[in-house]
Design a protein around this ligand. Structure first.
Ligand SMILES: [Cu+2]
Length: 295
């Protein structure tokens, strides 16, 4: 059991995960610290309790390059979206033949268009009590997910009962956030995901089991229920094609372990070997058939 109060987590790790396959290293934490309150300010109308379940259509995201939205990343002549931690460095981008536009990330990322259908389910209860980051946040989660690897050789179980109440590169909203917009242009979370309305998101510390064996007790897990960010071919869309007529759930274990000294870069021990012989260093699981209740 870890004392999570006061843990400072940077989402640099998501970018780290994005680029890990190229063995590019990023600093985990920036020097500055976000505002945080010793007082756990309550959300208006709260506490808000969100319960959700998913099963049926479940997909494993494979590593791949992410197409770059000019609205988020600009052009080679006028680049945007290179902020530390959430943006994409200029030298991590590819350009088109005449150099007039960005095309994709230079390296494979967890935010690709490639996936494999798998089986799985999850159950979630999140309570959004506290408005913003505070070591005294009263936000709560109970999360459990099971899913198979694409080859069906591994069964994974991810459980989390502890929110991480304070972010560093950006707010974690006390651990649980509800009814906000996120990623893309917002500056919260990686810009490799489009700007999306979010019903609920949390950041927590997770236990990971593979085939019944606990392989990690300290993984950063980020779960979010968002408007649909995939098109009919399951390509990750740009901002203008996010579709709120359908919502889905993202479960992400980035290459970050939580330690008493803060977050450290550490590949997720997935045991899933990619065609190039590398072990996939992250988990990004999508649940498409979900139920959500809030109040
Ligand atoms: Cu997110």
């Amino acid at each position: 059991m870890w004392a999570l109060h006061g843990f400072k987590l940077s989402l640099a790790g998501f970018l780290g995960a994005a680029l890990l396959l190229g063995a590019v290293e990023f600093a985990l934490a920036s020097e500055g610290q976000l505002p945080q309150s010793s007082v756990a300010a309550p959300v208006v109308g709260g506490p808000l309790v969100v319960t959700s379940k998913g099963a049926g259509d479940v997909r494993w995201i494979l590593p791949g390059k992410r197409r770059l939205d000019p609205k988020i990343f600009g052009t080679p002549a006028a680049p945007l979206g290179f902020e530390p931690d959430v943006g994409l460095p200029i030298d991590m981008r590819l350009v088109n033949a005449d150099g007039s536009a960005w095309t994709t990330t230079a390296l494979p990322t967890p935010f690709s268009d490639k996936f494999a259908p798998i089986s799985g389910y999850y159950a979630l209860k999140a309570v959004d009590v506290t408005l913003d980051d505070s070591p005294a946040s009263k936000d709560k989660i109970e999360f459990s997910a099971r899913f198979a690897s694409p080859d069906n050789n591994n069964i994974y179980k991810v459980t989390s009962k502890h929110v991480i109440p304070v972010g560093l590169a950006h707010t974690f909203m006390g651990g649980v956030g509800t009814n906000f917009s996120f990623h893309g242009m917002t500056g919260i979370g990686t810009k490799l995901m489009p700007t999306m309305p979010v019903l609920m998101a949390f950041w927590g510390a997770a236990i990971l089991q593979v085939n019944g064996v606990v392989v990690a007790t300290n993984r950063l897990v980020h779960v979010m229920i968002t408007c649909d960010a995939r098109d009919a071919d399951y390509k990750l869309v740009f901002d203008d094609a996010v579709d709120c007529s359908h919502v889905h759930t993202h479960v992400i274990l980035a290459n970050i372990a939580i330690t008493p000294n803060g977050p450290v870069t550490s590949p997720v021990p997935t045991g899933f070997i990619l065609p190039n012989g590398m072990e996939q260093p992250f988990l990004h699981i999508m649940y498409e058939d979900i139920k959500v209740n809030g109040g």
